[in-house]
Design a protein around this ligand. Structure first.
Ligand code: AMP
Length: 194
């Protein structure tokens, strides 16, 4: 797999209830800048997205925002990012972010974050894209989510191998490193009937 030059980050438009989340966003932004990886994201100054972009820009990294017309009109665009594009809808935005990115990371966030992550995981599972993806598991935020994924496996809605098709990491440098060395699992999504 070619080295990753751009990664999309999905994360909260709120900052969350613990300083661990903002600290994590800062360390991920710095890690992107140190690794020379371009950040593709929602383009806003809001919430963890804003904290992430600020830290990356402070460390001389590069950010490309894809924002919807509605959020742009509300003044949500981060004023300092180097590049941005305005698209009509959230759907179009996700498609564009996926096109621009060599891989994906989700940080703690709300339903928007989860929806974006699940879409790219599903596209990978069906083979429509083949791009590494991971969860930045700050403070064990994603442990209950992964427990639900385990429940899907136990109930035979998901092959166990697919749990390991994503990286789950609490350290940003190890997360980026694991994404760089990602190997597709090559296991079909369908299980034999009982
Ligand atoms: P949520 O996790 O529900 O806060 O939603 C965050 C995700 O939805 C982000 O990854 C963005 O892609 C998108 N999003 C939500 N609010 C905004 C906003 N104000 N500006 C840009 N993107 C947003």
């Amino acid at each position: 797999m070619k080295p990753l030059s751009s990664i999309a980050v999905f994360c909260g438009s709120n900052t969350g209830g613990s300083v661990a989340y903002t600290d994590g966003a800062v360390s991920l932004g710095e890690s992107f800048a140190d690794s020379g990886i371009k950040l593709i994201y929602g383009g806003t100054h809001k919430g963890l997205m804003g904290v992430l972009a600020d830290a990356l820009l402070e460390s001389k990294g590069h950010a490309h925002g894809v924002i919807t017309q509605r959020l742009y009109a509300k003044g949500h665009l981060h004023p300092k990012i180097q590049a941005h594009e305005v698209v009509a809808t959230m759907r179009e935005r996700k498609g564009r972010m996926a096109e621009l990115s060599d891989g994906f990371v989700a940080m703690p966030g709300g339903i928007g974050t989860l929806e974006e992550f699940m879409e790219v995981w599903t596209l990978n599972q069906l083979g429509e894209i083949c791009k590494p993806l991971g969860l930045f598991n700050i403070n064990g935020f994603f442990d209950p989510f992964m427990a639900f994924i385990d429940h899907m496996i136990e109930e035979r809605f998901l092959p166990a191998e697919h749990r390991h098709s994503i990286v789950v990491e609490s350290d940003p440098k190890r997360l980026l490193n694991s994404l760089q060395h990602y190997q597709p699992i090559g296991v079909p999504k369908w299980l034999p009937n009982l």
